[in-house]
Design a protein around this ligand. Structure first.
Ligand SMILES: Cc1ncc(COP(=O)(O)O)c(C=O)c1O
Length: 391
């Protein structure tokens, strides 16, 4: 069987490593140092933090405290994203503005917005001062075009690396080395995955962390209410869930774990600016950072009838229901609260209604064969002018 989600990116030895990892302050410091170096900053402007959304909120608050943004300013974001991004922007006292997904000349809808759309928005929205690029699924944007718009309208760029750490832009620069701030998530299924965690790198040295943020005094998540055991055992719990799918019992197992609060849904990670990752998480994240590759996180395709395709895939042992994303701002349980402007973002609505993903992390021949078979099923339902396995 192949899966999306449920820590299916963890091989047996990763589960073992994750469950029994021990780290030290040295590992924590080494990760901060490695991030500062990789993304062109220094230790004073780099901090690990509780989650990806905490990282984005902290970066935006830093922009505000450094006088680069004012409360109420607008921040452009992808119209196909996670509500975590919205949560972070609102937390910082800013206003998110959705930009619709790009439609290429051949009709294909791409998973990111275009520089042209950002330009159009910046011309009419005088409160727009900042934009976030997330390079969805690790599919990179043409950064040169965005840099031109950035310069023309004097915008700040926050690069959100949740999906795309290690990726290169078409001009060869690494993602995360262009904007004023770079944010990482170490959440489940992300480019760096230690189940939870995040990092901020302020790349513009005229921007500093807020005065009330003291990175030396952050609480470890170990002390934030016993959450640490949950993060370290998640890959093990998820492996059991994957095993139970053969007996159709995984729902009960996951339901029990949720009830016991031993796991949490990915969308429900907290936004905390006074808490950070554990030493062992830092150790694992550093190991992953060192071996990041310039490759996509997930393949994506648009299909005609997604429900039917997922059913067919399930029959053939491919459990791909945890695709990104089922609505323009996921997860679906929060979608109605977002008041997403569907009329002005038709491409995003269409994309979210038809997208399916394929995992890119399976390495064994046996699993790769299963991925190829799933790809074949998907391709037989692929929409004309849809997307191709290009990540
Ligand atoms: C594009 C994107 N950015 C940021 C985040 C936030 O990450 P976290 O869950 O670590 O807060 C997510 C979460 O799913 C995401 O999909």
């Amino acid at each position: 069987m192949i899966f999306l989600g449920l820590a299916s990116n963890y091989r047996a030895r990763d589960i073992w490593r994750h469950s029994f990892a021990i780290g030290s302050q040295k590992d924590y410091d080494s990760l901060e140092q490695a991030l500062a170096k990789r993304y062109g900053s220094d230790l004073m402007h780099t901090s690990l933090i509780y989650s990806g959304r905490s990282a984005i909120a902290l970066a935006l608050k830093s922009f505000i405290e450094s006088g680069k943004l004012a409360k109420g300013d607008h921040v452009a974001i992808n119209s196909f994203t996670c509500h975590a991004v919205l949560e972070a922007i609102k937390y910082a006292g800013l206003e998110p503005v959705f930009v619709d997904l790009e439609q290429a000349i051949n009709g294909e809808i791409l998973p990111n917005y275009s520089a042209k759309s950002l330009d159009t928005l910046a011309q009419k929205d005088k409160k727009l001062k900042c934009f976030i690029l997330q390079n969805t699924f690790g599919f990179p944007v043409d950064i040169r075009q965005f840099e031109k718009v950035k310069k023309d309208h004097n915008l700040l760029l926050l690069e959100d690396l949740a999906h795309c750490a290690g990726r290169k832009y078409p001009d060869g620069r690494e993602v995360g080395t262009v904007g004023e701030a770079t944010c990482l998530s170490f959440g489940k299924g992300k480019s760096l995955d230690t189940i939870t965690g995040g990092a901020v790198i302020l790349r513009d040295q005229t921007i500093s962390f807020p005065k009330n943020f003291n990175k030396a005094q952050l609480k470890s998540r170990e002390l934030a209410g016993g959450l640490s055991s949950r993060a370290s055992w998640y890959p093990c719990f998820a492996a059991i869930a994957r095993g139970l799918t053969h007996l159709h019992l995984e729902k009960y197992w996951l339901g029990l774990l949720l009830k016991l609060k031993w796991i949490e849904r990915s969308g429900d990670t907290k936004l905390l600016l006074d808490t950070t990752v554990t030493h062992w998480q830092a150790k694992l994240a550093l190991r992953q950072l060192r071996s990041l590759k310039n490759s996509g996180l997930r393949e994506f395709f648009l299909v005609d009838d997604r429900e039917a395709v997922l059913k067919e895939l399930k029959k053939h042992g491919a459990r791909l229901e945890e695709f990104w994303y089922e609505v323009p701002v996921a997860p679906e349980r929060y979608y109605s609260k977002v008041h997403f402007p569907e009329k002005s973002c038709p491409n995003a609505v269409f994309f979210a209604g038809h997208v399916v993903n394929l995992p890119t992390w399976y390495t064994s021949k046996h699993h790769q064969k299963q991925v190829a078979a799933a790809r074949q099923i998907i391709k037989s339902h692929e929409l004309k002018g849809g997307n191709h396995d290009r990540v």
